[in-house]
Design a binder for this molecule. Structure first.
Ligand SMILES: NC(=O)c1ccc[n+]([C@@H]2O[C@H](COP(=O)([O-])OP(=O)(O)OC[C@H]3O[C@@H](n4cnc5c(N)ncnc54)[C@H](OP(=O)(O)O)[C@@H]3O)[C@@H](O)[C@H]2O)c1
Length: 322
């Protein structure tokens, strides 16, 4: 079948190991099902995989892609939950030490078909297009859990989103606004700051700029470049939720004195549960809120989407269609 996959790793030139070609049909173990992919979306995770982060050499060749929406074996429209629990695990899948994401241990979604455990499909409402639904399982689910589960943000709270252009950042801005929060956003780029305002941010700031108020929560995906500013922006007792380190994980200053003196909470967050994905889908269905799509490409032109993300030239999600 047609597939977009990683054949080798390169830390400096991730696109060197990207192949648009053919792979065998997926194996379908007992209790699993096959989804015919209609749309899939790109995440930074796919670039990390091509750089050899989170993917083992023995697993190559590996079909990339965590996110998909498509048709199940009975023709129902579904969204795929990307977190694969180990057999027998019950409860919060994100706490399973043996969990994996599609494209890490099991073949990913940038293909004609993807095999997943039966419980990993969530019904897609007719109000969401396949392209919109394909944006949800990774970046949007991550943003949902950061804000409303791990961050405990409530309507009326003030939140700072670090970075404007990324898939997770744009999801955070949109969901925070839809959830009744006051939304402050930083970006290094003036054009992206303007676009964040159009997306629903109340106020925008240059990266590192001192904020006029202290915030209840900070949503952090950038890491080293913004960490210190994130800690300094919190009110006493505020919460920093961290889910990524795009600019690096080694901190110049962890700001530990502020953390204990101001009794800050630093909370990690990773992906989300199947139940949270179902709630996110229902939230979008009920509110009319929709993912921001930067560009939609036929899957055989996936390389162009990867290149745009590698260059930081995206605002919103890159979607591949079949
Ligand atoms: N733990 C999880 O479950 C999970 C799930 C999804 C994503 N993630 C991680 O979250 C991160 C973001 O993912 P994504 O798909 O949204 O990636 P992305 O699209 O490439 O986003 C990059 C973001 O980082 C900001 N940024 C990058 N370098 C920066 C710097 N030096 N200073 C300030 N801001 C900087 C950009 O903001 P501006 O360009 O606006 O400044 C942009 O908003 C990645 O590291 C990814 O691995 C983790």
């Amino acid at each position: 079948m047609f597939a977009v996959y990683a054949d080798s790793f390169s830390a400096d030139d991730p696109l060197a190991g990207l192949v648009v070609g053919d792979r065998p049909d997926p194996e379908v173990p007992d209790g699993w099902t096959t989804v015919t992919v209609r749309a899939a979306s790109l995440n930074h995770h796919d670039l990390w995989s091509l750089r050899g982060v989170g993917l083992r050499e023995e697993a190559l060749p590996m079909i990339l892609g965590c996110d998909a929406a498509g048709l199940d074996e009975d023709g129902n429209e579904v969204v795929v939950h990307a977190v694969i629990s180990s057999p027998g695990w019950s409860g919060d899948e994100t706490l399973d030490p043996k969990r994996s994401l599609l494209s890490e241990r099991y073949q990913g979604t940038f293909a004609e078909r993807v095999a997943v455990p039966r419980r990993n499909v969530v019904p897609k409402p007719a109000s969401l297009s396949f392209e919109e639904a394909a944006c949800l399982p990774t970046a949007w689910l991550t943003a949902y859990r950061m804000l409303f589960v791990q961050g405990g943000m409530r309507p009326g709270d003030t939140v700072l989103v670090q970075g404007a252009g990324g898939g997770v950042s744009t999801a955070l801005i949109t969901l925070a606004r839809a959830g009744g929060l006051k939304v402050l956003v930083t970006s290094r780029d003036e054009v992206k700051r303007k676009r964040a305002l159009e997306l629903g941010a109340h106020e925008v700031f240059e990266s590192g700029e001192r904020l006029p108020v202290k915030v209840d929560g900070v949503m952090e995906t950038v890491g080293r470049a913004t960490w210190s500013h994130s800690i300094k922006s919190l009110r006493p007792g505020g919460t920093l939720v961290v889910t990524g380190t795009t600019s690096g994980a080694d901190l110049d200053n962890a700001e530990l004195t502020r953390v204990f003196f101001l009794q800050l909470r630093v909370v990690g967050s990773t992906m989300g549960t199947r139940g949270e994905l179902a709630s996110l889908v229902e939230m979008l269905d009920a509110t009319g809120t929709r993912p921001l799509v930067d560009r939609t490409l036929p899957m055989d032109q996936a390389r162009d989407g990867f290149a745009a993300m590698a260059e930081g030239d995206v605002f919103g999600k890159v979607v591949f269609t079949r």
